[in-house]
Write a protein that binds this ligand. Sequence first.
Ligand code: PEP
Length: 235
Amino acid sequence: MKKSLIVANWKMNPQELKEAKNIALASDFKNVVICSPFVFLREIKKTIKNAKIGGQNCFYEKLVGPFTGEVSAKMLKDVGCDYVILGHSERREIFKENHEEIKKKIKAALAAKITPIVCIGEDEGTKNGGETIKKQIFGSIDKSFLSKIIIAYEPVFAIGTGKPCLPDLAEKRRVFIKSTLSKIGKKGESLPILYGGSVNSKNAIKYTQEAGFDGILVGGASLKKEEFKKILSKA
Ligand code: PEP
């Protein structure tokens, strides 16, 4: 059985470093990446042996400069990140990130030798979810990115709602994403695809072993130490 990649997206949690380190200890980091708020990254990396860490965003400008509030991909790399989540639906929605910006961020992350985990997914109101997904893929994925990135399929209606996408539909979307990526280039067919959206210890296995995903992106449940441990033992 292939090993799934499990990515924890802590979002803007927890409040304190002590708690962050305690939750991170749920992971063995063999196939787990913790994407914590920027402020905890260095300390997690420093204090936990083998920790694999990632950012939840980065800016697209590569050099230092007058970009108040931003963090570059190179800065993430320097604190030990090997991954960065880009294009999360919360960033698209709250911070109005568009395809072009996401594309530039992917480019910057790759230049810093960080693997981008690029989130795509339709929202419930979109009758034709496939069209949304196509726009996201064609708008932000360049042929030169293929084989260097990870895709996370995260239907917006499933994020943080406790209402996961049914594994059947998720599988259909996975196949659709693969075929859409293959129109950009042959290597698109073999990009790893994760599922994210209300994953818990009961349903994790459905995505990794039934719906054919290469792993999962876990939000809320990754902050509950015991629940996350159960996910790791099953997925
Ligand atoms: C996420 O924010 O990427 C996510 C998948 O959240 P949750 O697991 O809480 O739905």
